[in-house]
Design a protein around this ligand. Structure first.
Ligand SMILES: *Cc1c(COP(=O)(O)O)cnc(C)c1O
Length: 390
């Protein structure tokens, strides 16, 4: 065996996204003890910067030491007690995973199903809340990465609260890329990931819980089934006024990386980051549509950081992705679940949301599709993108 040296790729799929060079540098800094006073200062800064990213003053805000799926599990394992009725709005892959979490925690999942590619329908949620007045939590995905649709988190949370339900929100793909205001929108429990619009390495999951969520957790009759994710135990390590007792060994260097990506987010400004994601999406969209591809999601519900587009007639979509990777070092995503084989998912997340990536993607796609004799419009995509930016 020899050392492993991966090729440098441009990551424009559904995650992980391109990692900031400064974040990769931070990873290589010396490992110190996870109870070292210097490390504890850094942990507090990570918490503070996550509060900024989430737009919250929630004390219980920290990164779970595992990927976004573990943040999901952390929210459900702590918030759901056996017998609890949970309304899950599902419009893609991650809504289905929420249901799995509910039932494995002993909860009863009431599903509100929406068509893949559409936002969560607030009227259907309202009907479900009326039909199930014993429900205690509403859960939904803010930005559905499997389809590229964004839902109106503010309105869904407000409606849930009118019916005395708490809320669990998946913000894995929205955090840092789309407007998200945990306190203003009154979100009770939320989880995200580091490898999408934060452009950090995969493997950490920022979470945040407000007072109402904490009360639900501390009033539990049964212990949280997961030892690792039990917030009562984790807070002995991540809590504010604790003496930081050992719970698990934090992924020290990954946390340096998260710290650096959050410094980058602060330097840019959260709202500027949302704006950049939108502007580069507009340019990519103009170019893809000029090529002749069309969007699956209606314009009003489109996620700027995840562009789901149709594949030209008769084109072997897997072959296109393979050629983009092998000939241009460019990764784009395939369709997932109900959309498998029918669409491409092109990500513009975090550091990957840059002008040069938009141009690379449009020109490489045009070159490969042209070479495969696909029915596309040649020579117009780059101009369309430039017009969108100007
Ligand atoms: C990526 C993603 C997850 C899972 O995150 P991992 O880091 O892959 O575990 C959950 N929800 C959504 C909406 C995602 O896009």
């Amino acid at each position: 065996m020899k050392s492993f040296h991966p090729t440098v790729r441009t990551l424009m799929g559904p995650g992980p996204s391109d990692v900031y060079p400064r974040v990769l540098d931070a990873l290589a800094r010396p490992t110190i003890g996870h109870l070292d006073p210097q490390f504890i200062v850094m942990m507090n800064e990570v918490k503070e910067m996550l509060q900024y990213a989430f737009q919250t003053t929630n004390e219980l805000t920290f990164p779970v030491s595992a990927p976004g799926s573990a943040g999901m599990e952390c929210c459900f394992a702590n918030m759901v007690e056996p017998g609890d009725k949970i309304i899950v709005c599902s419009n893609g892959v991650f809504g289905i995973r929420m249901k799995e979490n509910v039932t494995r925690c002993g909860g009863i999942a009431v599903m509100v199903e929406d068509t893949w590619g559409e936002a969560v329908d607030i009227n259907k949620l309202e009907q479900a809340l009326k039909d199930n007045d014993d429900a205690v939590i509403v859960a939904f995905v803010h930005a559905e990465t499997s389809t590229g649709a964004i839902s109106d988190a503010k309105a869904l949370v407000a409606l849930a609260h009118e019916h005395d339900c708490l809320t669990i929100v998946d913000a894995v793909t929205s955090l840092g890329g789309s407007e998200l205001r945990v306190d203003d929108w009154n979100i009770d429990a939320i989880y995200s990931g580091t490898q999408k619009c934060l452009s950090c390495v995969p493997g950490l999951s920022p979470v945040s819980f407000n007072k109402a969520a904490q009360d639900k957790i501390s009033n539990r009759e049964s212990a949280v089934q997961s030892w690792f994710l039990d917030l009562n135990l984790v807070m002995g390590y991540w809590g504010q006024n604790t003496t930081r007792s050992y719970h698990h060994t934090a992924p020290v260097n990954s946390l340096y990386a998260l710290h650096e990506s959050l410094v980058l987010l602060q330097e840019e400004g959260l709202e500027n980051s949302w704006k950049r994601h939108d502007e580069n999406h507009q340019a990519l969209k103009a170019g893809l549509e000029a090529l002749g591809l069309s969007y699956v999601v209606h314009e009003d519900d489109r996620l700027p950081q995840l562009n789901t587009v149709t594949i030209p007639e008769g084109v072997d979509e897997a072959e296109v992705r393979k050629r983009l990777l092998n000939e241009f070092n460019l990764e784009i995503g395939a369709g997932l679940g109900a959309l498998a084989g029918k669409v491409w998912r092109i990500g513009l997340m975090g550091y990957a949301s840059r002008k040069e990536n938009v141009i690379l993607c449009l020109s490489a796609l045009e070159a490969v599709l042209g070479d495969m004799n696909a029915n596309i419009n040649k020579g117009v995509a780059l101009d369309a993108a430039m017009v969108a930016w100007s």
